[in-house]
Design a binder for this molecule. Structure first.
Ligand code: SF4
Length: 125
């Protein structure tokens, strides 16, 4: 639930091109069972291939919709983390880049309250 009352299936879902309901306008029961936002990716009918015919779909439901959207531009795609995804190369490339990176562990900026505020103020988010 966002501070202004939008109900989300996860904290990242706000970025999806999906209209999510407000608890100011609908009951939680109505949101859960009947809202478009909470039914858009429920079940299996929305899935394209390779997920649609995959024998793993009842376990992972095609992976993370937010990750699929962020990495492929289409939230309907199979999560690129999956080796069956046609976009899996993006993950392999990111891993290759990370393996070749010159950045040392001490140079990484870990998220905590103070660092998050600095990152936010810098505009590099
Ligand atoms: S994400 Fe991969 S393992 Fe999961 S259902 Fe889709 S193709 Fe199958």
């Amino acid at each position: 639930m966002t501070p202004e009352g939008t109900a989300l299936p996860c904290h990242s879902a706000r970025q999806l091109p999906v209209q999510f309901p407000s608890v100011l306008e609908q009951s939680l029961e109505d949101i859960w069972y009947h809202s478009f936002g909470f039914n858009r990716y429920r079940g299996y009918d929305w899935m394209p291939e390779p997920c649609r015919s995959c024998d793993e779909k009842e376990k992972d439901f095609g992976g993370c919709r937010c990750q699929a959207f962020m990495l492929t531009g289409d939230a309907d795609n199979a999560d690129p983390v999956c080796s069956k995804s046609p976009h899996h190369g993006k993950i392999l490339e990111a891993r290759r880049e990370a393996d070749c990176s010159d950045i040392k562990i001490g140079q990484l900026q870990f998220r905590n309250r103070s660092n998050s505020q600095l990152i936010y103020k810098s505009g590099n988010i």
